[in-house]
Design a binder for this molecule. Sequence first.
Ligand code: HAM
Length: 435
Amino acid sequence: MLTTRPRGTSDILPGEVEKWQYLEQVIRNLCREYGYREIRTPIFEHTELFERSVGEATDIVEKEMYTFKDRGNRSISLRPEGTAAVVRAYLENRLYAGPQPVKLYYLGPMFRYDRPQAGRYRQFHQFGVEALGSHDPALDAEVMAMAMDLYSRLGLKEIELHVNSLGCPQCRPVFRERLREFFRERDGVLCRHCRDRLERNPLRILDCKEEGCRGAAQGAPTVLGSLCSPCEDHFRAVLGYLEQLGVPYTVNPCLVRGLDYYNRTAFEVVARDVGAQSSIGGGGRYDGLVEACGGPDVPGIGFASGLERVLLAMERQGISVPSPPGLDVFLVAADEAAREQSLVLVQQLRKSGLAADRDYMGRSLKAQMKFAGKLGVGLVAICGAGELARGAVILRDMRTGIQEEVPLSKLVEEVKLRCTGRKESAPVNGNHAGA
Ligand code: HAM
C-alpha cells in the first residue's frame, strides 16, 4: 500500500509532464484569444452543490462522487466536474453584477469513482470554459468552434462534433412523457438501470450502451421533434453559425449527456482513436442552473475536455510535442577545491538567467561527465584547481567535444553565446526522463 498509488490515479513524471505543460500552454493561449480568463476554485465543495446542479439521479452523483464528512460533520465532495463550482463562485463573488458575459476557464483535477480503464480514471484532469450571462446562440457556436480549434491546434485528426438540443423546461416534459410511453411498451428488453431510468430520467435510456436498450431505442421519438418554437429557433441559429464558421458537425438526436443541468444545446466531441472512452470533450447550455443554485435567472454555456483523453488521442495519432529546453550548462569539478567553488559558480550562472546544475553525489570527474551526458546537457564547464588559480574554467561542447579555456569573468557571456541557437524545440518522445 505504501508504495502503490490509489487505483485510477497516476504519477505524471518528468518526460511525460512536458506534454502536459505543452497542452496547458496551448490551452492558455487559446483562452486568451477567445477572451476567457482563468478561475481557480477549491477541489472540494459542499456535496449539496453537486446534488443540486449535476443532479441527484445522475450516475456521477449517485455512484461516482468521493463524498465524506469533514471534522465539522459537513458533507463534502471532491469535485467530479467544474461547472457547478464556477456557477457557485459566480454567485458568491457577485460576478453577475459586472459586465456580461463572464467568460471563465479552468484547468485542474476532477474526481469520479468509476471503473478505471484506458481513458477513464478516478482522478483525471479537465480543461473547461464557462460563459455566463448570454442567451445568444452565437456564443454556443463560438464555444463549440473553440473546442474544435483546440483539437486542431494540437494536430488531432478525425475528430467529430456531435450536436443536439435538449429543449427547455417548457418542451422537455412533453418529450419526456412521449419517451416514457414509448419505452413502457418495450420495458421487457431494457436493462435493469434503464427500467429504473424509465420513471426518473428516461432521456438517459437513449444513450445506454446495452444492446437490448439500443435495440429498444430504434425508432424512439427524438427531442428535435418535440422542441418548442423558441428552442427550435435557437437550435437552427446555432447550426447556422457553425456553418458560417466552417465547423463540421453531426446532429445526433441520441446525445443526452450525463449531467442534469443541460438545456437546449448539448454537444460532445468524439475522437476515433481513443477506444471505448472516445468522448474527448463535451458541454452545452445550462440556462436554469444559476437560478437553481439560488441566484438570478442567468443563462450559461460551456464545455470541458479530459486532458488524459486528449493526450491519449495525440499519442495514438503519433503527434509529438515540442520539448522545453533543459539545462544550459553543467559544472564539473575536477577536484575537491573546485567542488566548493562550483557551488558559488553555479549560483552565479543561475542569477544571470542560465539553467545550471552541478554534482551532489561526490562523483569522479569521469562519472560527472557521463552524468552530464545522460542529462543531455550541451555544455559542460570543467573547473579544477589549476584553472581556478588562473581565474578560468574549461568549456566543453558536448556535441563536438571541442574544449576551450574561458576566463571566469566571461563565463556567463560565453555560455549565453554558445546556448543561442541551441534552444530550438526538439520533440518529446520518450516516456520518462533517464535522469
Ligand atoms: P463531462 O462530459 O462529464 O462534462 O466531462 C467532460 C470530459 O471530461 C469528457 O468528455 C471526458 O473527456 C473527460 N472525463 C470525464 N470523466 C472522465 C474520467 N473518469 N476519466 C478521464 N476523463 C474523463 C462535464 O464535466 C461538464 N462539466 C462539461 C461542461 C462544462 N458543460 C458545460 N460546461
